[in-house]
Design a protein around this ligand. Structure first.
Ligand SMILES: C[S@@+](CC[C@H](N)C(=O)[O-])C[C@H]1O[C@@H](n2cnc3c(N)ncnc32)[C@H](O)[C@@H]1O
Length: 309
């Protein structure tokens, strides 16, 4: 296959960024609504954590892997968990004071991008988000969240973290190369307490949105034509716009189990038939190598416990 020219790659990247922006604008970006949504989400996480482990969140340590450009979850975790650590490759920009560190650690291009984003979008957004979280949860302590910059698959990133009772990660594992993911799972297995739990929800490659193709983002699934559905699984020309390890749902599960975890939950978060209308007889024929467990995977909520040793 011919390597795309720099111009094609740039055009593809610009289209991807425009689609990301469009998707973000479709979601509510209002800081008070985001804070309310995060609190509800974290209440579900805490409920799940306490039911699974019998531990109190307030006396436990949670690690978020891959907190993203806006670490809303990692901050909201501080309302409930005793200790919160959050690991990502990139520095978060929560205030103007963080910008010089972005230039220093990640270079001029990333620094300029973060500065523009902060000055034009996030500068007034964060104070409103913090205020709403504080009003909803007086126990909110954003300073409690310790950010660690580095790969979660690197032992050094975990050096300062005490015993871990929960690991949480959403929409991240599919972006980590397999060898690094193996290392992350080994670290998690060693650092998670015997009664601990890992709540991991990758966006699995074999699902209808698994190619991370802006034309097949979740919100487009109900209205799209079926012709190109799941094309990322059979089209040799398909090139993802972001790094993807292309692991299937079964491959994730067997990696988890090989690393010493028991799978307690394995559920597609939008149900077992998200996009079913696109599995036409013609598409079924093109996708004959994949069964429904894979094709309806999408974002999968895996809950793992350390196997008894
Ligand atoms: C698609 S974003 C998801 C962010 C956030 N979890 C969310 O749901 O919005 C993936 C994030 O994973 C981070 N990431 C990728 N590989 C990583 C690694 N090896 N260690 C830590 N974070 C990583 C990226 O920097 C990025 O912030």
């Amino acid at each position: 296959m011919l390597r795309p020219s720099p111009f094609t790659r740039l055009a593809r990247q610009l289209r991807y960024n425009a689609a990301l922006l469009k998707m973000r604008l479709r979601r509510s970006n209002h800081p008070t609504e985001r804070a309310e949504w995060r609190i509800e989400e974290m209440q579900r996480v805490v409920h799940d954590f306490e039911a699974a482990t019998g531990r109190k969140a307030a006396e436990s340590c949670i690690v978020e892997v891959g907190f993203g450009a806006r670490p809303e979850r990692a901050l909201a975790m501080s309302c409930f968990f005793g200790r919160v650590y959050a690991i990502d490759l990139a520095l978060p920009v929560l205030g103007l004071g963080d910008i010089p560190r972005v230039f220093w650690r990640s270079g001029a291009r990333r620094g300029v991008k973060s500065s523009v984003r902060h000055l034009f979008f996030d500068r007034t957004w964060w104070p409103a988000f913090h205020a709403r979280l504080r009003a909803l949860a007086p126990s909110y302590r954003p300073d409690k969240t310790k950010f660690i910059i580095g790969s979660a698959g690197d032992w050094d990133s975990w050096n300062t973290i005490p015993e871990v009772h929960a690991v949480f990660s959403h929409d991240v594992l599919e972006h980590i190369p397999v060898a690094e993911l193996r290392s992350l799972l080994e670290i998690m297995r060693q650092r998670l307490s015997p009664d601990g739990v890992a709540m991991l929800s990758p966006c699995v490659f074999t699902g209808i949105i698994g190619g991370h193709d802006p034309n097949w983002y979740q919100y487009r699934v109900p209205t799209n034509e079926s012709e190109t559905a799941w094309a990322h699984l059979y089209d040799p020309e398909f090139v993802p716009v972001t790094y993807l390890n292309r692991l299937s749902r079964r491959a994730f599960r067997s990696m988890f189990e090989d690393a010493g975890f028991v799978t307690e939950r394995d559920e597609a978060i939008w149900g077992d038939d998200f996009g079913r209308q696109h599995l036409t007889p013609a598409n079924r024929a093109k996708l004959s190598g994949w069964d429904d467990y894979e094709l309806f995977s999408n974002i999968v909520d895996f809950r793992l416990r350390p196997a008894a040793s």
